[in-house]
Design a binder for this molecule. Structure first.
Ligand SMILES: Nc1ncnc2c1ncn2[C@@H]1O[C@H](COP(=O)(O)OP(=O)(O)OP(=O)(O)O)[C@@H](O)[C@H]1O
Ligand SMILES: [Mg+2]
Length: 417
């Protein structure tokens, strides 16, 4: 419904109007109000890394992690100790890392509530023990009382038409990055963009209710948020969690000989693409996307794992490439052992492949030894997931092993056999 070239609250191509004798009801198809869907519309991994490369090293001590060992750089290289806040664009005029508190601690320690924490007058409070260096799932800061604070934010366009389900999916996805670091979510704030001239705010309320319900399930407070008018709906959360700094799940802690475990089946991306195109509903995909990665993370930690990431927009191949590169190893995937959701292969065969999935495969191709795997198999392995499972270096009881880490092979981070 268009008036003077401006969309008024009402129907768009794809929305469905149902008329009876007394009224017309519009069933909004949220996926039709977005150019892409879910994590498939993330900025492609290569472009993202180039864009944020100038921020790498914005750590209190960029060369050391919690155990005192050297932190690797973005391409798997070891960062060179700088001895202080000297890196260019990531520092403010006073040499502060981006994100440092804007108000300075008082010079009188007795009047300064942060004086028991680390950080000098121009430094941050706490040590950044996981930063941007390897593009891990969340930032982790260790305070001097021994707690690690885990911080992450995620939001995206509708991946399903149902507003409540989209809210649940977006929240499970945002919380996932805390679990993927081995943390426990503590508090979240909503991030909402809404085309208020086009879509009723009741729908936005349903989205937020879905997010709240999943956060409650996770035992995580939702306290506030931020909302803007935007041509495309977007929703997600910024989540803060806590962790034991000695028991994190980092993406650079993989070692040769460890098996690889995947805790949710793949195929979410192709089923979401089919849903967007046809309005068919795939409950198996919704179930997978709304399942918290909490239990999988607990099981991974209980099994002694120290390396994991979650599989989202860059697909299994993209996220595994990042893990292998950060850990300085090669990852071998047993293609036949990888689990898929019902309907995933049929959706691929019918052509429901997102542009994001194709870009994922293109990004890793030069580091991939594909053996006899055909293009379709590789596309499924690169399928852009939304709120996908954990990829763990280690066995996790109850979940399938899909491969292993091996010593680095020249120029190859991924082998499909
Ligand atoms: N605008 C940005 N500024 C700084 N860092 C960014 C920005 N966007 C992404 N990053 C960082 O790049 C890395 C990769 O981002 P990405 O969104 O893929 O991670 P992620 O949060 O694990 O993704 P997902 O939520 O899909 O699991 C992360 O370390 C993230 O913090
Ligand atoms: Mg992640």
């Amino acid at each position: 419904m268009q008036r003077g070239g401006v969309l008024v609250r009402g129907v768009r191509v794809g929305d469905i109007q149902v008329k009876d004798l007394t009224q017309t009801i519009t069933r909004y198809r949220l996926t039709q109000h977005a150019h892409g869907g879910g994590c498939a519309c993330k900025i492609p991994p290569g472009e993202l890394e180039a864009m944020v490369s100038g921020l790498v090293g914005a750590s209190a001590d960029p060369a050391r992690d919690v155990s005192g060992r050297a932190v690797r750089g973005v391409s798997g290289r070891t960062a060179i100790p700088t001895g202080g806040p000297t890196r260019g664009p990531t520092r403010g005029p006073a040499g502060d890392p981006i994100g440092a508190p804007t108000s300075r601690p008082s010079s009188d320690p007795s009047s300064d509530p942060s004086s028991s924490l680390s950080g000098g007058p121009s430094g941050p409070i706490g040590d950044l023990i996981v930063g941007l260096d390897d593009g891990d799932d969340a930032a982790v800061v260790r305070t001097t009382d021994g707690t690690a604070i885990v911080a992450t934010a995620d939001f995206f366009t509708p991946v399903v038409d149902d507003a409540y389900d989209w809210g649940r999916i977006a929240a499970a996805n945002a919380l996932s990055d805390v679990y993927a670091m081995g943390g426990t979510p503590l508090v979240a704030v909503n991030l909402l963009a809404w085309p208020r001239e086009v879509l009723p705010l009741d729908l936005a309320a349903q989205v937020l209710r879905g997010g709240l319900d999943v956060a409650r399930e996770a035992g995580c407070h939702v306290a506030g948020g931020h909302s803007v008018d935007d041509p495309e709906p977007k929703y997600g959360m910024a989540v803060t969690g806590v962790a034991d700094p000695r028991r994190l799940l980092r993406n650079d802690a993989g070692r040769p000989g460890l098996p690889l475990t995947l805790t949710k089946p793949l195929g979410i991306g192709v089923l979401n693409s089919r849903h967007k195109a046809t309005a068919e509903v795939f409950p198996q995909a919704v179930d997978a996307m709304t399942t918290l990665n909490r239990d999988a993370a607990r099981a991974a930690l209980a099994g002694g794992a120290s390396c994991a990431t979650d599989v989202t927009g860059f697909g299994l191949l993209g996220h595994l490439h990042k893990l292998a590169r950060a850990s300085g190893v090669t990852a071998v995937i047993d293609a036949a052992a990888v689990p898929y959701l019902d309907g995933a292969r049929a959706a691929l065969a019918a052509g429901y492949v997102s542009g994001g999935t194709r870009r994922n495969l293109d990004w890793v191709r030069h580091r991939l030894s594909a053996g006899t795997a055909g293009e379709d198999e590789l596309l499924l392995l690169a399928d852009a997931q939304t709120s996908g499972g954990l990829l763990v270096a280690g066995e996790v009881p109850g979940y399938p092993v899909i491969g292993e880490l091996v010593p680095p092979r020249d120029g190859v981070t991924l082998v499909v056999r």
